[in-house]
Design a protein around this ligand. Structure first.
Ligand code: PHE
Length: 343
């Protein structure tokens, strides 16, 4: 036996499913297939339910029959509607995915610039306001630009293979230093490139990668970035150097910064200094600087009696780390998005 309520429930469920299938049809073929599934005379699903009417209690039969006819009519009507919809050319079955532009969106997580790229952009911006334009040089350098013109002679320890990434070791011998290629160990190479091509006055910065065979630790990495600065003009003094560095550091670190020079040595500057910035009551070393050595000016064809200048080379990672409180340089190159996303 079958209860009338079960019979009716089955009919209602079938009507809902038929409506869904007809609405979803996007062609006459799929609609016809759905029609046969539900209304097919021999083995349609409505027919199957109709056959169960024999199990319904005799007293309930009239009610069951009435309901059957109503549902059959309703299903036929939805079929007709769907058929008319398709005939009118509307093939977007209502359950097809439709792009609803009025729904509130989920924002996409866009990528962003690496913190070092962001730092470089900002440094260029600050130095640009001080009148320095950006210059570039290659990362693979030759002996002349990385050493010779920078007053680093043939026997100088700065050329030690343990301190440089030489590329063309086969050709490396004292008779043919011109063939030596290496990954530049400092951006000072760009000083030479710019001065050889341009007459004074010069006011440039150069930001880029440099390479040294250091073991990576919290403060060292075999590749890092430097910001080189070079200003050549008549009567440039060390006071100018100090002012420029102080203005730069105050702009970048966002508060009053003091500058301290400690005597140092670089072959391409005389005198040479290490530049320290005081920030939050600490003195921090940011790089080397000095007055351009007359030998360098001569090497690029300038007259040291006519022009003077200063140069500096600051560590970009170091600046970025100080500003953002990053304590390990290796974080920049692990490509861990949880770290990178913070910038
Ligand atoms: N090139 C030096 C270094 O890498 C820094 C420097 C640049 C020093 C310019 C003086 C002048 O350590």
């Amino acid at each position: 036996m079958m209860a009338l309520s079960d019979f009716v429930a089955e009919l209602d469920q079938l009507a809902a499913q038929a409506q869904e299938a007809f609405d979803a049809a996007s062609s006459q073929e799929t609609l016809e297939a759905a029609r046969i599934e539900f209304l097919g005379a021999k083995s349609g699903r409505l027919k199957a339910i109709q056959k169960q009417m024999g199990k319904v209690d005799k007293a309930d039969k009239p009610a069951a029959g009435k309901r059957l006819n109503e549902v059959k009519q309703a299903i036929e009507e939805t079929f007709t509607e769907a058929s008319e919809r398709l005939a009118s050319g509307d093939t977007a079955g209502s359950s097809d995915v439709v792009f609803d532009t009025s729904l509130p969106g989920t924002s996409l997580a866009f990528g962003r610039l690496h913190p070092i790229s962001q730092t470089i952009d900002e440094l260029m911006d600050i130095m640009g306001r001080l009148g320095f334009s950006a210059a570039e040089g290659p990362e693979i350098e030759d002996d002349w630009h990385n050493f010779e013109a920078l007053n680093i002679p043939r026997e100088h320890p700065a050329r030690d293979p343990l301190d440089n990434f030489y590329l063309s070791t086969a050709k490396q011998n004292a008779n043919a230093p011109d063939d030596v290629l290496l990954l530049r160990s400092q951006t000072s190479t760009v000083q030479i490139r710019v001065m050889s091509k341009t007459p004074p006055p010069i006011r440039i910065i150069s930001l880029g990668r440099v390479y040294r065979p250091d073991t990576a630790d919290a403060t060292h990495y075999p590749m890092f970035h430097q910001m080189e600065g070079l200003l050549i003009d008549k009567q440039v003094t060390m006071a100018d150097l100090k002012s420029v560095l102080r203005l730069f550091a105050t702009s970048y670190l966002g508060s009053e910064v003091h500058i301290r020079f400690r005597p140092s040595f670089f072959p391409f500057t005389e005198p040479s200094v290490e530049a320290d910035f005081s920030w939050n009551d600490n003195w921090i070393e940011f790089g080397g600087a000095g007055m351009v050595d007359p030998n360098v000016l001569k090497a690029v064809g300038y007259d040291p009696d006519e022009v003077t200048g200063f140069a500096f080379g600051l560590g970009v990672e170091r600046l970025c780390m100080r500003r953002h409180g990053v304590s390990d340089i290796r974080e920049f190159y692990k490509n861990d998005v949880r770290f990178l996303q913070q910038f």
